[in-house]
Design a protein around this ligand. Structure first.
Ligand SMILES: C[S@@+](CC[C@H](N)C(=O)[O-])C[C@H]1O[C@@H](n2cnc3c(N)ncnc32)[C@H](O)[C@@H]1O
Length: 344
């Protein structure tokens, strides 16, 4: 493991950054509020403009060295001006407190827009920690509350927020129905952990970056091989035939209803539906019985135990449940079960 993969709470682990990037809709401005070792920023397709904020000066200094990202030692205002200017291009980092940014009203003008995507990966709340590792900069419960309230105050931006399951977040988001979450397993320095990603937008129907399409490694490999085969077939066509094919695809996929800069060819349906179409690896029998999973969970089985019944990995099971629209009821049950466990 290199330093950036082993960074405490980092998102560079295999399966982790792919799952998060598969939830990111297209955007012009990308904002990462708690940079760390930039697990998401470094793996995703760059946006036209990106800004990164990190409080630890040592990390900021290493961004330039390790990832060729310039540090910005200017004021918060210079960062916000860069973010707000639609002609800006590239990335700027800022050494400072993510919450301080919002002390400026200009932050709301720059960030509360539909083409803005904000990824926040704050230090995990203390109640979720099994390890004694600490960041140089931590956050109190009060600061987490401030962060959550601040994020609610920019509802036009698309926001994704990483955490480990914890009561403070559950309670905060209870009844705020525009927010949803997904859960997935991730490899951490201390072993496997359940990651939670809260989002203020529905399952995206278009992604900013399609390179990690697929719910797990096997599926991503299969999709990647399939795309390569199609690409090779396309390359075999004569140049005019290629243009004819593009025109035909554009017509079939009907891009006329929505103007979008990228991609030009719009596949129909949601990312999940498209994956479903591309991959039909689960046998008919497994497909039918999978519907019993919610019932099994209700009767007290853990997701690991249910995965074993189907002879699948945990990730594969949760991916299949999501594809079949069975994840939401199970997620609600998980929430209830955790509340009950914590109360007793
Ligand atoms: C969970 S880590 C982020 C990991 C990162 N996503 C990655 O993939 O490496 C949280 C980071 O937030 C930083 N941090 C803590 N408090 C902060 C604050 N108020 N403003 C900005 N960054 C802060 C910590 O120094 C730490 O690097």
């Amino acid at each position: 493991m290199n330093e950036s993969t082993s960074y405490f709470g980092g998102k560079s682990g295999s399966g982790t950054y792919q799952t998060i990037i598969n939830q990111i809709p297209p955007h012009r401005l990308y904002v990462e509020l708690f940079g760390g070792m930039l697990g998401i920023y470094r793996h995703k397709r760059p946006a036209q403009t990106s800004i990164i904020i990190e409080k630890d000066a040592n990390l900021i200094n290493r961004y330039k060295e390790n990832f060729n990202i310039p540090a910005e030692y200017g004021t918060v205002m210079s960062l916000l001006n860069f973010a707000n200017n639609r002609r800006s291009n590239g990335v700027k980092c800022f050494e400072g407190c993510a919450l301080e940014l919002f002390e400026f009203s200009a932050a709301y003008t720059a960030l509360n827009n539909e083409d803005v995507f904000i990824y926040a990966d704050p230090p995990y709340p203390h109640e979720t920690r099994s390890s004694s590792t600490r960041y140089k900069n931590e956050m109190t419960d009060e600061q987490h509350k401030e962060l959550l309230e601040t994020l609610l105050s920019i509802p036009d931006a698309k926001i994704a927020l990483s955490t480990y399951p914890n009561d403070q977040y559950y309670e905060f988001f209870l009844g705020r129905n525009e927010w949803r979450f997904i859960e997935f397993e991730s490899h951490t320095r201390g072993g496997m952990a359940i990651e939670q990603l809260w989002m203020n937008y529905p399952e995206p129907t278009q992604l900013h970056d399609y390179q990690y399409l697929g719910e797990d490694y096997r599926e991503r490999e299969r999709i990647s091989r399939k795309l390569k085969r199609w690409e090779a077939k396309f390359q075999d066509l004569a140049p005019l035939e290629q243009m004819a094919m593009l025109q035909r695809l554009n017509k079939t996929l009907d891009t006329s209803t929505e103007k979008q800069a990228y991609p030009q060819i719009k596949p129909s349906g949601s990312a999940v539906e498209r994956t479903k179409l591309i991959e039909k690896s689960i046998s008919e029998t497994a497909e039918l019985t999978l519907y019993r999973a919610a019932g099994m969970y209700e009767r007290g089985m853990s997701l690991d135990e249910i995965a074993a019944v189907y002879d699948m990995s945990y990730n594969r099971l949760t991916a299949e449940l999501r594809r079949r629209g069975l994840w939401e009821p199970i997620a609600k049950m998980i929430k209830k079960r955790r509340f009950a466990e914590n109360r007793s």
